[in-house]
Ligand binder design. Structure first.
Ligand SMILES: C[S@@+](CC[C@H](N)C(=O)[O-])C[C@H]1O[C@@H](n2cnc3c(N)ncnc32)[C@H](O)[C@@H]1O
Length: 244
């Protein structure tokens, strides 16, 4: 038996994570052309998030307003169902990232059909985003954190690529059983069980402060920014309430 903390344990954990991540990517790729939009977007999001589409439209509009002409990132982009709507309204570049090749291809095809030349989709892992630091005026992480194994470093990456004046818009759908156990245990639970407290801890560890929070059924809608820059993110109808 290896002692606790032995380097070989770390290597095994990393390998297990990679296997799980590849399975997740293959599953999403397989569902990308057809099933995903019909079942996940059309049914599951509505079941777990109620009027989630409306809340996401509001997040997208606010992200575009805050970014001005700077690029906007949406990670994970999925089929681009939401992202392409925002790209159509943004004067600058909109980038989408997803680990599933099938998802990226469907998003690209959708952008071509809609003639959105300002949209580009990249296949990449949330833990290693292929962008320069502070490259994006606003960052969206739409319905993704709950399926990304090891979400803490992914949140750090999102913070890294966001401009100091930027805002990170999160939509996370979870069954928050993690709230019932101490944080030290909760951080080892599957990400779809994380609670508000766990997401807040991730934001804090990434150097971000929570600015707004709203819950819609099982969906948590959050806005976070870098502490130095208090952006004038004007409250709009349907926007989440401010956090003190
Ligand atoms: C529930 S879908 C959300 C997609 C899209 N934002 C939406 O709302 O329709 C979750 C997405 O996360 C992607 N994903 C999972 N792990 C990832 C990772 N490590 N890096 C990037 N994308 C990942 C999956 O491939 C999948 O497309």
């Amino acid at each position: 038996m290896q002692p606790r903390g032995h380097p070989r344990n770390g290597a095994l954990v990393n390998r297990a994570r990679r296997v799980i991540q590849n399975l997740i990517a293959s599953g999403y790729s397989a569902s990308a052309s057809g099933l995903y939009d019909k079942i996940v977007v059309g049914r599951a999001f509505r079941l777990f998030g109620g009027e989630l589409a409306r809340a996401l439209a509001s997040q997208g509009a606010r992200a575009i307003e805050i970014a001005g002409h700077q690029p906007v990132l949406d990670m994970p982009v999925g089929t681009g169902h939401f992202t392409l709507q925002w790209a159509g309204a943004h004067p600058g570049v909109v980038a989408g990232v997803d680990i599933a090749r099938g998802m990226v291809e469907v998003a690209r095809r959708g952008a071509m059909r809609k003639d959105l030349s300002n949209f580009s989709a990249v296949q990449a892992d949330a833990h290693r985003l292929p962008f320069a630091s502070e490259a994006f005026g606003a960052v969206l992480c739409t319905n993704g954190l709950q399926v990304i194994p090891d979400p803490e470093p992914a949140v750090r990456e999102l913070a890294r690529v966001m401009a100091p004046s930027g805002v990170l818009f999160l939509s996370v759908i979870t069954v928050p059983l993690g709230a019932l156990v101490p944080p030290a245990i909760a951080r080892h639970m599957p990400p779809f069980l994380i609670a508000r407290r766990d997401v807040e801890n991730m934001l804090q560890e990434a150097g971000l402060e929570l600015r707004a929070f709203a819950r819609q059924r099982a969906a948590m809608l959050m806005e976070a920014g870098k502490p130095a820059a208090r952006v004038s993110s004007v409250r709009k109808a349907g926007a989440p309430s401010r956090c003190s």
